[in-house]
Write a protein that binds this ligand. Sequence first.
Ligand code: R5P
Length: 295
Amino acid sequence: MLIYAGSASKYFGLKLARLLGVEYVNTETRKFPDGELYIRFDKEPRGETAVLVQSMYRTPNDYLIEYLFISKTLKELGAREVIGVIPYFPYARQDTRFKPGEVVSLSVVLELLEKMGTDRVVTVDMHLHRVEDIGEISKIPFTNLSVMEEIGRYFRDKIRKEKTIVVGPDEEAKQWARIVADVLQVPFTVLEKIRLGDTEVEIKAREEELIEGMDVLIVDDIISTGGTIEAAVKRVKERGANRVFVACAHAILAANAEYRVFHEGVEELVASDTIPSPYSVVSAIPVVAKYLSKM
Ligand code: R5P
């Protein structure tokens, strides 16, 4: 097995190779003055399984194109199999045609991966909502790992068990809130979210009596604009929450998200390293390494 990484995930790739005890192949990626890509690997993958690591955050289109160039070339150069490790998988939220005429981006991305030589995909806490089993729409095997148990373990020594509740900002977040709550052995609940636009949401508390006087750990998969977390923090504070912590798998942190997360008085934001950020104190790399080592 050889590990390759696109420019989004060099550290992830290097650390993954070290944990697996396999070779990391350096890949040079740069842009020509006109913006076109130049890519070259130090070693060709002839006959080997090639693992290609590329998280697709913040500039997903650039990282996707780079990934496709590398995946296709690894296959052309004799890789026995190309395993795409995509710690943050983009476009997962556009998994259906909400309005007539819309592009279903997720199925386009999946088809591109398959057509460009990827044989299987491994990702982390992908936003699966309407599509519960990605295998239903992906022609190639697809594994969705989770870093939520690691997030739970991170908070073990930080919380007062009898005084803490895990809160998901919406129904979709139930799956992640449940895992974190199970690890911490505390209760969980979810709020109700109505999306008003790309950056604004309205959040209502459901079982509000559970929140009063408690420390609250809000758990979601993605923080993008921060609108969801901002509204959730506001709501749980209005409902009498004591200290508020926030955790997510993927800290995209677009635009003014950090302000929106912190300005209502959040104690700490914890994220995984699927997307590098100052809050990436939990690692998804051992989770991916464990899975690949068993394959
Ligand atoms: C969608 O429902 C996701 O689970 C997240 O809640 C959402 O993507 C967060 O986006 P934003 O930070 O822009 O509110």
